[in-house]
Structures are given as C-alpha cells and as structure tokens.
Design a binder for this molecule. Structure first.
Ligand code: SAM
Length: 293
C-alpha cells in the first residue's frame, strides 16, 4: 500500500540560495537529528544527521560536505593537482577548515602543508563533530594551521608553494575575493616554477556562468587550464561538480602511463581518484567546450 508523504517542515533541510540557476531549484534532505548550531564572526555553522547523506556540515545555509560523499570532492580537488606536479613538496590550502583536503594532501610524501582558514570555529566544530573528515590530519607535524584571510596570507609568500588548493565556500561573504582577478594575479607569484593551482569551481549546469568566469580568468593567468569533474550527490547539482586546474606546466603532456607509474609508487589508499579517473574526469563533451569559449 502506497505510504502517504507527510511533509513536516522541521524534519527537512532546504539549502539557502546558492548563486546561479539554483535560485529556481530547491531540493531538501530529511533530517534525523540537529547536532550543532552556532554563529562565528564570518558565518552560520550547522551540523545535522540526515537519513540520506549521514552527517552534513552546513555554512550559511549551504551544504559543504556530507559523510556519504565527501571523499569524492576532497579526492578530486586534491589528487589531480598533486599528480600533475612531478614532486610536490610545499602545499597551500586556502579554506578547507573541515580538514578533508588536508587529509588527502598528507597521503602524499610532501614536506609541508599550510592550511589557511579565516574561521577558527569551522575547524573546532569539524574536529569535534566531523572527525571522520580530517582523521587526525590536523595533528600531523607537516601541517601548519593559520587562522587568516587567504587573500592576505598569499601576498606574504613569493615563489614558495608547489601546489595551491582553494577549498572555499561559494562566492559569497568572506570567500568572494578568492574568485577575483586580483587574487588570481597573486597566485602565480606565490607558486614555484611549474606550480599547480586547483580550485573548486561549482556545478556544471546550475553554476555554469560561475565556472566559465573562473575558467576565462585563469586562462588569462595560466597557459594551461584543465577542468576535472565528478558527481558529488550532496551538492544539489543535477550534473557534475567542477575542479579547475591552472599551471604554466603543460598539463596535457602527462600520459596515463606517467600517472600509473607515480600512482603505483605512492601506493595511496584512495576510493575515487585513480590514473583512469585522472583522464576520464577531464574529458568534456563538445557542447560544454563550445559553451566555455
Ligand atoms: N567543500 C566546501 C564547498 O565546496 O563549498 C568548502 C568547505 S570549507 C569548510 C570552506 C571554508 O572556506 C570555510 O571553513 C570558510 O571559513 C573558508 N573561507 C571562506 N573564505 C575564506 C577566506 N577568504 N580565507 C580563508 N578561508 C576562507
């Protein structure tokens, strides 16, 4: 017998408006239990247990990660960049206060990783209520944690980092500047020769203009720009999420054989990224290549 659907408002979480088409689309997740609610000087912070995605982190009403699929997002924002680079030693993460990208970066034999998040509270709440994300990464002696605006931090380092990863919130509030031309101009000065820049660049369908904006700006800064993509179900995108990579290094030069050799040598324990995914995730259909022009 078909069960009647009873919609009780306080049992569902609907995301606030995310820039882009999402203003016309609303999807909700059914809540099991509200775990944490608080405000920092920068944003509203919520943690909830859900039926469909396990535990989720929400900032300013927008889902940042879920227990069910955070590994997809964190592996795809991290590993393509670290595999493009021949031998990354120094890594900078801007944002990423949940510790997921930090966890993935520390799987590589890097010397030093600096994580710069503007909001101490996100790090505290994530370590307390979302330990499955960082998995003690904050305690690794190679990790240096800075509570600071990434826009200011980057200006203090010249020719220093081999990899820069932007794991920020959507272009609203404190992270708006991290999608600006001025910030992108600072990035190559902070990177070492052939350094790699990786940024979370939104949903392909719902936020296409945002993605194209980033792509076009980076094309003015870096001779080589690639877009990798993967489905991250908790991000209420009907299509894949995008991860855009820029570098002066010819990203297209690497072969599957090159990535396989490095992957085998590093013996990383990964659930999503692989040498095949490195290439298939960068294959864009013709209509999207057209739309990016
Ligand atoms: N996966 C998420 C996404 O795609 O939306 C990002 C999660 S991560 C928790 C986002 C972090 O970016 C937050 O902790 C926020 O405090 C940080 N952030 C936003 N603007 C920042 C800035 N200008 N400098 C440093 N960190 C910033």
């Amino acid at each position: 017998m078909k069960k009647n659907f009873v919609f009780k408002k306080n049992q569902w979480f609907f995301e606030e408006i995310v820039p882009g088409i999402l203003e016309t689309v609303k999807t909700g997740v059914k809540i099991k239990k509200k775990i944490f609610f608080g405000k920092s000087p920068y944003q509203k912070i919520e943690v909830m247990d859900t039926f469909g995605f396990g535990r989720i982190l929400i900032l300013d009403g927008i889902i940042q990660l879920s227990q069910a699929d955070e590994f997809i997002y964190h592996e795809m924002l991290t590993h393509p960049a670290l595999f493009y680079h021949p031998r990354p030693q120094k890594v900078l993460i801007i944002g990423g206060g949940d510790g997921g990208v930090l966890r993935e970066v520390l799987k590589h034999p890097i010397k030093e990783v600096c994580l710069v998040d503007i909001d101490k509270k996100v790090i505290e709440v994530s370590q307390k209520y979302l330990p499955f994300v960082s998995k003690e990464a904050f305690k690794d002696k190679r990790a240096k944690i800075f509570i600071e605006d990434g826009l200011k931090f980057i200006k203090r380092y010249k020719n220093f980092f081999d990899i820069i990863i932007i794991d920020s919130t959507d272009p609203l509030g404190p992270s708006l500047g991290l999608f600006s031309k001025n910030f992108y101009r600072d990035v190559p000065k902070t990177l070492t020769k052939n350094g790699i820049f990786s940024i979370q660049s939104g949903c392909f369908f719902e936020q296409f203009s945002h993605l194209r904006n980033i792509y076009k700006k980076l094309k003015k800064i870096f001779p080589f720009v690639e877009i990798h993509k993967a489905c991250v179900p908790c991000y209420q995108c009907s299509t894949e999420y995008s991860f855009t990579i820029g570098s002066e290094f010819n990203l297209g030069k690497l072969t599957l054989r090159d990535i396989e050799k490095k992957f085998k040598k590093l013996k990383l324990n990964l659930k999503y990224y692989s040498p095949e995914i490195h290439f298939t995730s960068a294959a864009l259909p013709k209509y999207l290549k057209e739309k990016l022009k």
